[in-house]
Write a protein that binds this ligand. Structure first.
Ligand SMILES: [Zn+2]
Length: 204
């Protein structure tokens, strides 16, 4: 599908966007999602980088999962809609898409990672109650799982390394008690995300 981007410099240019991507067959697109360069376009006139968000479906049969990725702008509409249009798992916003795809690529369980984010955010909010903080999965390191928290200080992230024992403990808690509030509150219909804990009251 063709779309137009109008740059602040006044130049308008056309881009090609894909509505559905098979991640098993498109290793380059998978890589772009993981490294954050998916759907970035440079203005041919002034060189400004544009990162538009469009809905996209991601098919990933080898991982047994299909995603509908919604633009961040559609977050409110997702909560307001009464039922889901498909059985696809939902992701909202491209940063969350990159995060989730890397978690699965690294063979970790998304719900366990989202639960750990909720612990990290709860702790950060005790210290910084007035800040809007986000937690992101970064990757595995020899000492543990690396997360970044942004929103505490401008243009800075707090790096947190969570030991693998915490991951394993959380995973075994989930296996034993999947109906525990800690886990059920992370999911809203097809949407699994720590963001569900922070949605505006009007969207509950
Ligand atoms: Zn431009």
């Amino acid at each position: 599908m063709k779309q137009n981007i109008t740059c602040l410099c006044g130049r308008s240019f056309s881009i090609d966007i894909e509505e559905e991507i098979n991640l098993d067959k498109n290793a380059d697109q998978l890589e772009k999602i993981c490294n954050g360069t998916f759907m970035t376009f440079d203005c041919p006139e002034c060189g400004k980088k544009h990162k538009p968000e469009y809905s996209v479906k991601l098919l990933w049969k080898s991982k047994n999962v299909n995603f509908e990725v919604l633009p961040e702008l559609d977050r409110g509409e997702f909560y307001r809609r009464k039922k889901d249009s498909s059985s696809f798992e939902t992701i909202i916003g491209y940063p969350e898409m990159a995060d989730r795809i890397v978690v699965i690529r690294d063979e970790l369980e998304p719900i366990v990672i989202e639960a750990i984010k909720s612990f990290l955010l709860a702790k950060a909010e005790e210290t910084y109650p007035d800040k809007e903080i986000n937690a992101w999965y970064i990757g595995k390191t020899p000492k543990g799982i690396e997360f970044h928290l942004d929103g505490i200080k401008q243009d800075e992230v707090a790096v947190m390394i969570v030991p693998y024992e915490i991951y394993e403990k959380t995973q075994s808690d989930y296996k034993k008690r999947p109906k525990n509030d800690i886990f059920t509150s992370l999911r809203h219909r097809t949407y699994l995300s720590v963001q569900n804990l922070y949605r505006h009251d009007a969207l509950k």
